[in-house]
Design a protein around this ligand. Structure first.
Ligand code: SAM
Length: 452
């Protein structure tokens, strides 16, 4: 990283795909990327560093404010790195997301598509059902928790997060109070000393319950009983409390050992017509209001007569597969996290769905065996992690030739790469962005494709 420092006058003209303002000036030949700058802003920017061929800068003075600017609700939004778009109107956020999907898919030569207006998050504040925070020590040695500052492991103390479910904020206060009362030390990443590492809180939308996972370095530590007793007593009657032990020097939050202190190891929730149990390690969409709309849209667009075999690839706890199962002959959900696969099996039982099979496997490996054995799928639902499915899996999907592909993506960049592999054999019926992550530059996109 090359450090440099100079001041330039100019204007922010657009956003990058990561939501950074693109600042241009007559006084410097390159564009300068400025976090928190809004297209339409004019003023002075200082170049702070160069990395990977890009110049990054910070705002020194604003002389003209963009018409899209709003007053941020969160005092730490610029330092916490979580909600880059706190200073932009909600309409502008949605416009950014539509443009992002259009521009990324537009990079695929010969891809024909139209992007619908994004489905908004209603409400758009207080919606995040999962919050995970590290613990540490503040300037005066006091116990703090918060978010990591952008590109660092410095903790920005957490004022109640406006994006989080208010119950999660409330519970984090209780965790801190119990830790202070029981004099629990916070974990220090550099020295590897101390105990309290993270708290992860997940709240159910349908039920008055939340799951709190406390991550400590050791299984046993001074003040443990007092801490958990006080915390458990402060939680609601249906809340769950889990103790997770992670003694490794790692960025991974959860360790391998887990014990249920209060309640059960499962959070209960309901989406559309189904009940779900979610354990602490399983993926679960973070915005329940938009998730319901996304899954309803899948139900509306998936073409099933009751005779089809559906592949629910990257199935998690079985959500999509179980929601569409009534319309199919059979659903096979493939997921590589064992705990999530077990949750999916439990969820099938809970909902009395008998035409649903949950398989714990890498999707690519599963499809390879399926193709070798002459297996068949009629409809493929693909809902991969940010990196997308990749060439190998998309090639396998092509060779299995389902009549319809329902692709749910949280990264327009990897979505575009995957669609490029199948574009000659499938046509796009729908590109529908969903604002799953309000106040951030991230977007969820549903793409429905039918075989040509
Ligand atoms: C975006 S989540 C979608 C989960 C689910 N469809 C839902 O709506 O909740 C992606 C899931 O794929 C799983 N996963 C990631 N890579 C995988 C792979 N190569 N093979 C199988 N599952 C994978 C993750 O553990 C996660 O549960």
């Amino acid at each position: 990283m090359e450090k440099t420092s100079s001041l330039y006058c100019g204007k922010c003209v657009s956003y990058t795909h990561l939501g950074m303002g693109v600042f241009v000036t007559d006084q410097f030949p390159e564009r300068i990327l400025v976090s928190g700058m809004v297209p339409g802003d004019e003023g002075e920017v200082e170049i702070s560093y160069k990395r990977a061929g890009n110049c990054f800068g910070k705002i020194k003075k604003l002389s003209v404010l963009s018409k899209d600017r709003v007053t941020p609700l969160c005092p730490v939004h610029t330092s916490c790195g979580g909600c880059l778009f706190q200073n932009v109107s909600y309409e502008r956020q949605l416009a950014f997301k539509k443009d992002l999907v259009a521009s990324q898919l537009g990079r695929v030569e010969g891809l024909s598509f139209e992007v619908s207006d994004p489905v908004a998050s209603e409400p758009c504040l207080g919606v995040r059902n999962k919050v995970q925070v590290p613990f540490g020590r503040g300037r005066w040695g006091e116990l703090i928790y918060g978010f990591y500052k952008e590109l660092s492991h410095d903790i920005v103390p957490y004022p109640d997060c406006v994006n989080a479910d208010p119950r999660a904020n409330e519970i984090l206060h209780k965790v801190k109070d119990a830790a202070v009362m029981a004099k629990i030390s916070s974990y220090d990443e550099k020295s590897g000393r101390g105990e309290l590492r993270h708290a992860v809180v997940r709240a159910s939308r349908a039920y008055e319950e939340a799951m709190v996972t406390i991550v400590t370095k050791d299984k046993d530590f001074e003040g443990k009983d007092e801490f958990f007793k006080a915390l458990a007593a402060s939680l609601g009657p249906d809340d769950h409390l889990i103790h997770n032990v992670n003694g490794d020097k790692t960025n991974v939050i959860l360790g391998a050992v887990e014990e249920t202190i209060k309640g059960s190891p499962y959070l209960r929730d309901r989406i559309l017509n189904r009940e779900f149990l979610v354990s602490s390690r399983s993926f679960y969409q973070t915005n329940p209001y938009v998730t319901e709309k996304l899954y309803q849209s899948i139900l509306d667009h998936i073409e099933l007569t009751g005779e089809e075999t559906v592949l629910d690839a990257y199935g998690g706890i079985g959500t999509i597969g179980l929601i569409v199962a009534d319309k199919a002959k059979k659903v096979i959900s493939v997921e590589n996290v064992p705990e999530a696969t077990e949750d999916a099996k439990k969820n099938a039982e809970l909902n009395h769905v008998t035409n649903f099979e949950a398989v714990c496997s890498d999707v690519g490996d599963y499809l390879e065996v399926l193709a070798k054995n002459g297996g068949h799928i009629d409809v493929a639902v693909l809902d991969p992690a940010r990196r997308g499915c990749g060439q190998r899996t998309m090639d396998q999907i092509l060779s299995l030739a389902p009549s319809q592909i329902v692709y749910v993506s949280c990264s327009p960049m990897s979505l575009a790469k995957d669609l490029a592999v199948i574009k000659d054999h499938y046509f796009i019926r729908l590109v529908q962005p969903f604002d799953m992550f309000p106040y951030t530059p991230h977007v969820e996109t549903l793409v429905v494709l039918n075989r040509k």
